[in-house]
Design a protein around this ligand. Structure first.
Ligand code: ADP
Ligand code: MG
Length: 730
């Protein structure tokens, strides 16, 4: 009997639920108390410094060096008042995780007196020892220089005893080495482009903000079980495990009552999140057993993304206290739903208008239509890049698995809105419109708010769906940094809006009326982007055929998908909008590809080890039990026929076990041979083809035989916690 698995299960039986005492005050009383926000700045900074930061936040301008000293000093005083002894630059290297290096405020003068110090230099530019962060060839290791600089649009915060300062991370020569730098640039790009277009409708708009509301899905598993599954511990997902007889078939988990131990965990991390100003609002059970979701109130995209990354860290930390492990992997278990991070994205103005929500006037409806159509067109133009932005080794298991959006990027608008675009396309012609035609069209556009009012259409099979006042990009992976897809979306839409402005202005110069010019260009875009609009079932095989007819791409493999990062159209797009240059794009491409290879390599090694060291020895042990029991029987039963009939099934099982063992040994060896072939290449861009097309397919093959053995071998001997145990213990 395997002690490890059963002692883990016993440990769970002894768990006591940690009852979280909620603070006696309202959430709004402690919300943001660990954040150096504008309110606290006002208290801790001079008037001049406060004004400087505020301006920098609002306009994205640099902070004056002189003011930086004052801000640093105020920030230090506040942090010390919160009990902080250290500070760290908190940044997002291209590992996809966050990074931090803590330094004490402590300093010593010449006489040996100690004091606390933190000055403006530490805000403006800092050099962490950065040689081990991925840079895709942008920085030689011996130079190892990377610089961090404060991003004032995301406020500093205190976690434990450390002041954390959100920063960008760039190389000595100025290239971006992180996710935040291009995100901030894309935020600027869309602000400028969208503000210019808004001026057709409202001159008083000064700023357009891109918003993000992410929905974070995750699994919980008891820590004791996690520890005895080497695959979960090393790869974040189970590489083997037969399906549980019952999992999500009955749909009895989704939105059902939250298990008590889980609820206490949720309350605990939500309190921490609220203190850090993360506006978590929603919590619920997801479709798969032990799968859950949380979502905040949406915020400006850069801040929202910082909050998402920070929350993931908090969730990991708080889980330890509750003896849970939180799994952010996109597909921890085969056969049941995986996890995503739906990105709800919208644009709003500093005048308080959501540009993706039609208003009460014909003008605001035309504005709504303008943004809607330009977004659809942008998605059409850059669908391959959008697709690349959500590809990772983990998310590849989830996409297209009949639970998550397919590899084909399409846009869902809802029946009524879709019909409205078709209608507009038919009505407008290139020639000047007659007065009657114009009135009719205006009436049609005027109907948009009513249409949307009762538009409760939801299409969960679409990767990019309009949901009434925002778009929901549903294909993003649960472990991913949202910045990847958000940079693409912001940039593609900004670029599209710039083009739109040029075309409309041209028509206006040719004496077209403004509204007419806008409608003519929109009509053209509706036609050009029609192929990407799809209202049907994104999971159906008919859609694959239909999409192919429409000329949409359906890039199923990761190595092909990644190539969109370095396509001519992407390089042009990113350089034109000053987001990333060609060199930076190539480096990012390389990092993505290498990461993919490394992940598959690790999974392949873990699978091989477990198959050979855990599974085969267990199967042989059980086989020996069967063999000796048959032998023992033979001693008692002398009649040959009777012996045969009694042991027939036992002998068959012995043979079956032998066959599975043989297959596992052979396939593991074949997989290792393929790995060796892949490793002969130096370049990840060559390796990935072998790893994706030759190594990875063995995972399913090997697993098949292991899972069959799981059904045969005595439960008491099986070394690994089974799916039913992983999924139903909480
Ligand atoms: P559902 O599961 O129905 O999609 P949720 O309430 O789980 O809805 O999540 C919706 C997310 O979308 C939340 O983060 C919410 O703040 C966000 N959201 C709502 N309106 C907007 C908007 N205009 N722009 C961006 N995000 C939004
Ligand atoms: Mg949603």
């Amino acid at each position: 009997m395997t002690k490890i698995r059963f002692s883990a299960l016993e440990e769970i039986n002894k768990r006591s639920i940690i009852n979280i005492k909620l603070p006696s005050s309202k959430i709004s009383d402690y919300f943001g108390e660990n954040v150096f926000d504008l309110q606290k700045m006002q208290k801790y900074l001079s008037k001049e410094a406060y004004k400087g930061v505020k301006k920098s936040i609002e306009t994205g301008t640099r902070i004056d060096r002189r003011i930086a000293d004052q801000i640093a000093s105020g920030m230090k005083d506040w942090a010390i008042s919160k009990g902080a002894s250290h500070y760290t630059h908190w940044f997002h290297p291209l590992t996809g995780h966050t990074a931090e290096k803590h330094d004490a405020f402590l300093n010593i003068d010449q006489k040996g007196n100690s004091f606390e110090q933190f000055d403006g230099d530490l805000l403006a530019q800092q050099e962490p020892d950065a040689s081990s962060f991925p840079h895709g060839g942008l920085r030689n290791t011996f130079e190892a220089r990377g610089y961090t600089a404060w991003d004032p649009s995301s406020p500093a915060f205190v976690v434990g005893k450390t002041l954390c300062i959100p920063t960008i991370f760039i190389s000595y020569t100025g290239e971006a080495l992180d996710y935040k730098t291009p995100l901030l640039k894309s935020v600027q790009a869309i602000d400028t482009a969208a503000t210019n277009v808004c001026h057709y409708f409202d001159k008083s708009v000064n700023k357009v903000i891109a918003n993000l509301g992410w929905e974070q899905e995750y699994f919980l598993v008891d820590e004791a079980l996690y520890k005895v599954r080497p695959d979960l511990a090393l790869t974040g997902r189970t590489l083997m495990g037969h399906a549980s007889a019952k999992d999500q078939q009955l749909n009895d988990h989704y939105f059902s009552s939250i298990p008590e131990r889980v609820l206490e965990y949720m309350k605990d991390f939500e309190i921490e999140a609220h203190k850090l100003g993360i506006p978590i609002k929603t919590r619920h059970n997801e479709v798969a057993p032990n799968q859950f979701e949380c979502a905040p109130i949406f915020e400006e995209v850069n801040l929202a993304n910082d909050h998402n990354l920070l929350l993931m860290e908090i969730m990991r930390k708080v889980a330890i206290k509750h003896k849970f492990k939180v799994l952010f992997h996109e597909k921890p278990y085969a056969g049941i739903n995986g996890s995503g991070k739906h990105n709800n994205w919208s644009l709003s103005t500093d005048t308080g208008v959501n540009l993706l929500k039609p208003g009460n006037t014909p003008k605001s409806n035309l504005q709504f239509l303008t943004f809607l159509v330009n977004i659809v067109k942008a998605v059409k133009e850059h669908s391959d890049l959008l697709r690349a932005s959500i590809v990772s080794a983990g998310n590849q298991h989830r996409l297209g698995a009949n639970e998550a959006p397919p590899a084909i990027i399409s846009v869902f608008l809802g029946k009524e809105l879709d019909a409205m675009l078709n209608h507009i396309e038919q009505k407008i012609q290139d020639k000047n419109m007659t007065a009657d035609e114009k009135t009719e069209l205006k009436l049609d556009i005027g109907k948009i708010p009513d249409i949307l009012l009762d538009n409760t259409d939801r299409n969960r099979t679409s990767p990019f769906a309009f949901t009434g006042n925002r778009f929901e990009f549903r294909a993003v992976g649960s472990a991913d940094n949202n910045a990847g897809p958000m940079v693409v979306l912001n940039t593609a839409v900004a670029d599209q809006l710039n083009k739109f402005k040029i075309e409309v202005d041209k028509l206006i110069k040719k004496k077209n009326k403004k509204d007419e010019a806008i409608l003519i260009v929109l009509r053209k875009y509706i036609t050009e982007s029609k192929a990407v609009r799809f209202e049907g079932n994104g999971y159906s095989s008919d859609w694959e055929k239909e999409a192919e007819k429409r000329g949409l791409t359906n890039i199923k493999t990761a190595h092909k998908a990644f190539e969109a990062y370095i396509s001519k159209s992407t390089i042009d797009l990113y350089e034109r909008n000053n987001i990333l240059n060609k060199k930076e794009l190539y480096s990012r491409y390389e990092i993505k590809v290498c990461e993919y290879v490394q992940k598959i390599q690790i999974e392949s090694r873990v699978l091989g080890d477990m198959a050979i060291n855990h599974i085969i020895p267990t199967a042989i042990k059980y086989q020996n039990v069967l063999i000796s029991s048959a032998r023992n029987l033979k001693e008692i039963i002398t009649d040959e026929d009777e012996f045969k009939s009694l042991t027939e099934s036992r002998i068959n099982t012995i043979k079956k076990i032998s066959e599975h063992i043989k297959q596992i040994s052979k396939k593991v060896q074949d997989m290792i041979n393929e790995r060796k072939k892949g490793n002969k290449f130096d370049d990840c861009t060559d390796k990935i083809k072998i790893y994706e097309l030759k190594v990875k397919p063995y995972f399913e093959d090997i697993r098949y035989h292991i899972d069959k053995l799981e059904l045969i071998v005595d439960d008491e001997m099986w070394p690994l916690p089974k799916y039913r145990e992983l999924l139903f213990n909480r």
